[in-house]
Design a protein around this ligand. Structure first.
Ligand code: C2E
Ligand code: MG
Ligand code: MG
Length: 579
């Protein structure tokens, strides 16, 4: 049966768990009782021998009984010393009490009988008492020292959270007890950028603040489950969840940690919003041993990382383990490129008064069975295997040619926005490719916009900035995609020759339920305007979000509320309906 919070009392869950892991030396009550009984027995024998005036015959020799008092009183003291050594505080206090009682009784007997025969016994007891006090003090000092080393072995020095060792000890214990639990791996997104842009000290402060928010949740019991949060390494944490009934409880708990993580964090005067990729696996349903639990939750977490923004939490499923899955996508990608089966959809963008601003081209892949794959699946694979320039290039070229014809036909001044991977952007031939696209399609440079993802860009800021400046010189617009989930500092924004900030969908999702998200969106819009950028909100799905965005001065809207990604011919009809 699980321990409840009231059983644990005031002690925090984390401290309680660490204590149970690190405290390997427990007082043995049976041992204590045995020493106590032996001590009492030896003392009784001493008293009996002292009071018996006759002799005891051993091997035909008769020895006065009183001669045995010394032997048994020495034995009684030995038992008392054992008690101090093996039974720690309990043994020490029992021994002191016993000796004080003895000393008191001896003094009374001396005073009563006016005989000094018990004086050596009195001195023996006093010296024994001094010896056990010294022994106890030394023992305690040694134990405190051991405890400190134990604590350090299970604690992460930077954040004060339990470390990887503590986590593995806990999991081992839970598995031995066959108790149900979930292992949740949490990996902060783009944390490297914090260290790179703000420095290691700031990075450490970010980790410490996050750890303290999470420790508060774990200790408060607000999540409703028994939680054990610890830092594994760098920006990787793990959360062990116990005492839950179903997967909704697990998600409910993880959401609370994610919500605490997502709150505004101010470090050295810089405002940051941190997000994480989260994966989890359950004992015993998903895996039955430590290594598997970790590698399965890691597989789920890595999948979330690969998919990027949007959902952040994934439960492990066996198909995540299949390397064939990635290989299959890679194969489909190569076939699609060979057969010219990469194509594009167009999602409309509007100004706040519902006037068409233009379209974002979104890549699609048609496989051999004519099934359509979404970019979330194949773009990360294309990046990994070095085919992203071909995919981007195909979408850019095809969308531009279509769009060139469309604006010539309609004399429209709308904009075509195309996603470009930073890997592609920084290839030597990219600027030539772009010039070529402008030539072939006939699109005026200021009606073409390139979207670059903020977080990826910060990782390679210097090289990317140089490239972007050249693109700007050609007259092509730059949009910063998924803005807000990275760690943009104001000075970095100031250097960025962008035209448009695209606020990430995750903030729009939360803006009508979380005040801080709404304020954050409002702040991005104001700062963007001050710096001369226009601002578009992505993933707008509800009218209430539209109203709020209107109130806080957002320039443009992209989202299902006003339009899903559509085929090229539908986009043409849409533009014609505006002419
Ligand atoms: P993105 O550039 O941020 O594109 C927006 C994504 O959000 C699109 O998903 C779009 O369909 C989706 N979206 C737009 N409005 C809503 C909404 O109201 N609700 C919801 N739930 N979703 C909405 P899609 O097409 O799956 O694209 C995903 C990502 O793949 C893109 O995110 C972009 O980062 C990448 N991508 C797409 N095409 C290309 C490409 O040609 N090249 C490169 N490098 N990346 C691309
Ligand atoms: Mg985009
Ligand atoms: Mg986006």
């Amino acid at each position: 049966m699980e321990k409840t919070r009231s059983e644990i009392g005031d002690k925090s869950i984390i401290e309680e768990t660490i204590a149970s892991i690190s405290e390997n030396e427990k007082i043995s009550i049976p041992g204590y009782v045995i020493f106590l009984v032996l001590y009492i027995a030896a003392t009784v024998v001493v008293e009996l021998c002292a009071g018996y005036r006759g002799n005891i015959v051993i091997s035909g020799r008769s020895i006065p009984a009183v001669a045995f008092t010394g032997v048994f009183s020495a034995l009684a003291n030995v038992f008392i010393i054992f008690m101090v050594v093996f039974c720690r505080k309990l043994g020490f206090y029992t021994a002191i009490t016993a000796l004080l009682v003895q000393i008191f009784l001896i003094i009374i007997s001396i005073v009563k009988t006016q005989e000094l025969i018990s004086l050596p016994g009195l001195f023996t007891d006093i010296f024994t008492m001094i010896a056990i006090i010294l022994l106890h003090k030394k023992n305690e000092r040694l134990r405190n020292y051991q405890q400190r080393i134990m604590d350090q072995a299970v604690t992460d020095m930077l954040t004060g959270l339990p470390n990887r060792f503590a986590c593995s000890e806990l999991i081992d214990n839970l598995i031995k007890r066959d108790e149900r639990f979930a292992v949740v791996l949490i990996d902060l997104n783009n944390f490297k950028s914090v260290n790179d842009t703000l420095g290691f000290d700031a990075g450490n402060k970010v980790l410490t603040e996050i750890a303290s928010r999470w420790k508060d949740i774990a200790d408060s019991g607000l999540s409703g489950t028994l939680d054990f949060i610890n830092r594994l390494a760098g920006d990787e944490f793990s959360l062990i969840i116990r005492n839950y009934s179903n997967s909704d409880d697990i998600l409910h708990t993880i959401n609370q940690y994610e919500e605490a993580l997502g709150r505004l964090l101010t470090v050295d005067g810089c405002d940051l919003y941190v997000s994480a990729s989260i994966g989890y696996a359950e004992y015993p349903d998903d895996a039955k041993n430590f290594d598997r639990l970790f590698s399965y939750s890691d597989a789920a977490m890595s999948e979330m990382k690969r998919l990027g923004s949007g959902n952040h939490i994934l439960h492990f499923t066996p198909d995540l383990l299949k390397p064939e899955r990635t290989l299959e996508i890679e194969r489909k990608l190569r076939t699609a490129l060979d057969n010219d089966n990469i194509f594009f959809c167009l999602q409309p963008q509007y100004d706040i008064n519902h006037k068409l601003r233009g379209f974002e081209a979104l890549a699609r892949l048609k496989d051999e069975k004519s099934q359509i794959l979404r970019p979330d699946e194949f773009i990360p694979v294309a990046e990994r295997v070095g085919m992203i320039d071909k995919v981007d290039g195909a979408v850019l070229k095809k969308a531009a040619i279509f769009f060139g014809e469309l604006i010539r036909k309609t004399s429209s001044d709308i904009i075509l926005s195309v996603n470009v991977s930073v890997k592609h952007l920084m290839k030597n031939g990219f600027l030539d490719e772009l010039r070529d696209v402008l030539d072939v399609s006939g699109i005026p440079a200021d009606q073409l916009e390139l979207e670059i993802t903020e977080s990826v860009m910060i990782d390679s800021a210097e090289k990317a900035l140089h490239c972007i400046e050249e693109i700007k010189e050609m007259g092509v617009k730059i949009a910063i995609d998924d803005f807000g989930i990275g760690y943009s500092s104001l000075s970095y924004l100031n250097r960025l020759p962008a035209d448009l900030l695209k606020i990430d969908k995750s903030f729009i999702d939360k803006m009508n339920t979380s005040d801080s998200s709404k304020q954050y969106v409002a702040a991005i819009i104001s700062i963007g305007h001050i710096m001369g950028f226009e601002v578009i909100s992505e993933g707008v799905e509800e009218n209430e979000q539209l109203d709020s965005l209107n109130d806080i001065g957002c320039d443009f809207i992209q989202g299902f509320v006003w339009g899903h990604p559509i085929e090229a011919n539908e986009a043409e009809s849409l533009v014609l309906s505006y002419c």
